[in-house]
Design a protein around this ligand. Structure first.
Ligand code: NAD
Length: 248
């Protein structure tokens, strides 16, 4: 029997990209999977079907991670329908790029509220249950921008650096309860988020990646699947980069 059978995972930002690939990867690994998304109802329903084909229970719910109440309601519904959350993956994220001199307060705030606020709200809603059960694995999706910074992304880089500090603090707080908290920092991954990079900018990106291609969402999902599995029992507080070597 697969080691993860009858465990429950919750993935934020599940309808697209890295979150979507993670939902499918965890379903394949035997997790019952819940996911939330911001708006794309159709994508969510089709993902539910695709993931359920692995023979697990799947629940997709619209929930905005920027405020506490919808997240609390989401977690309560997931725990009632599927059971306690054993693995949490926070993939919901946005970009609103602009050089700082041109950045609007809205662009700053929206990115911080979604990327960092979202991680706070979801971890806050899930962690007490994990502490009571003395088990749990959390993977927060950061970015290489959070480690090294990206020009025109001071908002995004700050939010992703914040996720790293948050994850390490939480790892220290909750290790004694058997909870592991790690961050994954992807480089350029082929998703809707990077689809707008084209022309000269795309050429420059490719030239700077030693492996000469963008990563695939499934490759990030595989790393996440490893981190929440029994095979990663001694890994916590880590920031694992998956970036084709762009940062070396
Ligand atoms: P994407 O745009 O394809 O998907 C983003 C997901 O987040 C969607 O499912 C969307 O519904 C959800 N989302 C956005 N705002 C939300 C909100 N307020 N409430 C609930 N859900 C919300 O993006 P992606 O490329 O799959 O990115 C996933 C994560 O990986 C993000 O945190 C992103 O910052 C990070 N990341 C991506 C890359 C990349 O190159 N694609 C690189 C590094 C890090």
């Amino acid at each position: 029997m697969e080691e993860n059978t009858s465990r429950v995972a919750l993935v934020t930002g599940g309808s697209r990209g890295i979150g979507r690939a993670t939902v499918l990867g965890l379903a394949r690994d035997g997790f019952d999977v819940a996911f939330c998304y911001r708006s794309d109802e159709e994508a969510a329903r089709s993902l539910e079907k695709e993931a359920a084909a692995y023979g697990v229970r799947v629940l997709g719910r619209r929930a905005d991670v920027t405020t506490a109440e919808p997240v609390r309601e989401l977690v309560a519904e997931v725990e009632e329908s599927l059971g306690p959350v054993d693995a949490l993956v926070t993939a919901a994220g946005i970009t609103r790029d602009n050089p700082l001199v041109l950045m609007t307060d809205e662009q700053w705030q929206e990115v911080i509220d979604t990327n960092l606020g979202g991680v706070y709200h979801v971890c806050r809603a899930v962690v007490f249950g994990m502490m009571k059960r003395k088990a749990g694995a959390i993977v927060n999706i950061s970015s290489v921008a959070g480690v090294y910074g990206h020009a025109t992304q001071s908002n995004y880089s700050a939010s992703k650096a914040g996720i790293i500090g948050f994850s390490r603090a939480l790892a220290k707080e909750t290790g004694r309860y058997g909870i592991r908290v790690n961050a994954v920092a992807p480089g350029f991954i082929e998703t809707d988020m990077t689809a707008a990079i084209e022309g000269r900018a795309l050429k420059d990106v490719m030239a700077s990646i030693p492996l000469k291609r963008m990563g695939r969402a499934e490759e990030v999902a595989d790393l996440v699947g490893y981190l929440v599995s029994e095979r990663a029992q001694y890994i916590t507080g880590a920031v694992l980069q998956i970036d084709g070597g762009i940062t070396i």
